[in-house]
Design a protein around this ligand. Structure first.
Ligand SMILES: Cc1ncc(COP(=O)(O)O)c(C=O)c1O
Length: 373
């Protein structure tokens, strides 16, 4: 039997997602004592103690299906953000939100505007639905070119993805840039404005910048807006898969109709609710990143290595004279896992997730060894 003959045509060219190998596997394979993983933009201080307690307290109840409506979580998000619950939805991570939006809105003839060097899952989602990704080059300094993205809208444009701050560049668009972008979007498709999906997976880091936009302010006036957030990054719950979003109540209503009924598991819901009550943990995460970013920038300057100024918890670093892939392998052999950037069409760069001080120091020490500096 030839299964490929049964697969939808647009799914045949997909490659499996290459996730980083688990630390234990690398330790075993390379016979290394110490490994640090600075590859997936997680929060190195981990989740709130309150979240860990909530997971333990709820573990024995895992035989029940979760609350399909994430009632308590939505309620907590609603209080925190002062937004009605019917403007809020939850999902199994930002990844699932991207896919739900695609499944709900993207037709085969639709064009989906995506910035060059932005999160890879948008293009995958467009291709999954057989829609056409339209990739817009970044402007100088690896910044998403919002005016060019607005200009690229055609009568077939169904959606525009904006990542703020952007993964993997760490750059962001200011309040002024986002305001004028939103004001410039005209009804072009079936007399409607295209959807604007603002991916704020790194919101809690981005908002430390003075001119970072408060996207919720735009929600009332822009019914075409979908804002994506996650508990995977600063909340330190990547392993539990829980994300959330804000949108017009009609969009939320349609998302509710197509999502899997139990997409957010019960431990994730409990941990997310508990995390929301621990603002001290968020502050701790923010201040670690601020301090460690300064340390890394200073060290990179000493090594004369180029990097992109980041508003997030990771840094895009030029790998030259090596290719990103080769620097990745050389560092891996020394016990430091970073991310090569070929899939982002940045073959001369690596992305480093900012870790704990010792981990960042180990990265710098190993870079010195690899580059003989
Ligand atoms: C920009 C961006 N959006 C969304 C996600 C998805 O995160 P999750 O599915 O863990 O919520 C990530 C993860 O790395 C990301 O970098």
């Amino acid at each position: 039997m030839d299964i490929a003959k049964l697969i939808r045509k647009n799914c045949q060219g997909f490659e499996p997602y290459v996730a980083g190998k688990p630390i234990e596997t690398i330790k075993r394979e390379l016979k290394l004592k110490k490994i640090v993983k600075l590859a997936s933009n997680e929060n190195p201080i981990g989740p709130s103690k309150k979240a860990v307690k909530a997971i333990k307290d709820n573990a024995a109840k895992a035989f029940f299906y979760p609350d399909s409506n994430s009632y308590t979580l939505k309620h907590a998000l609603s209080s925190k953000h002062k937004l009605p619950e019917n403007n809020i939805f939850t999902a199994a991570g930002g990844d699932e939100i991207i896919e739900l939006v695609a499944r709900l809105f993207f037709n085969p003839s639709d064009e989906i505007i995506i910035s060059q060097h932005s999160f890879v899952r948008y293009e995958m989602a467009a291709r999954l639905m057989n829609s056409k990704p339209v990739i817009i080059p970044m402007r100088e300094g690896f910044i998403q070119d919002l005016p060019a993205m607005a200009k690229a809208c055609s009568a077939n444009t169904k959606a525009i993805f904006i990542t703020n701050p952007n993964n993997p560049t760490g750059t962001y668009n200011s309040k002024a840039a986002l305001s004028s972008f939103l004001a410039s979007i005209k009804p072009t498709i079936n007399g409607q404005k295209p959807l604007i999906i603002i991916d704020e997976a790194y919101f809690e880091y981005g908002k430390l910048q003075k001119d970072y936009p408060d996207s919720l302010e735009y929600l009332k006036k822009n019914e075409n807006l979908i804002i994506l957030r996650t508990f995977s990054k600063i909340y330190g719950l990547a392993g539990l898969r829980v994300g959330y979003g804000f949108a017009h109540k009609d969009i939320v209503d349609y998302i509710e109709r197509i999502r899997p009924p139990f997409n957010v598991n019960s431990l994730a819901q409990a941990a997310a609710v508990a995390s929301l009550s621990d603002s001290a943990q968020i502050k701790k995460g923010q201040s670690l990143i601020r301090k460690e970013k300064e340390f890394l920038e200073k060290e990179l300057k000493k090594l004369a290595m180029d990097y992109v100024k980041s508003a997030a918890n990771f840094i895009l670093i030029k790998s030259s004279p090596l290719k990103g892939k080769d620097l990745f392998v050389a560092l891996l052999k020394k016990g430091v896992i970073v991310r090569a950037m070929d899939e982002y069409e940045l073959p001369d760069w690596i992305r480093l997730t900012i870790g704990l001080h010792d981990e960042n120091k180990m990265f710098i020490d190993k870079i010195k060894e690899v580059l003989n500096k």
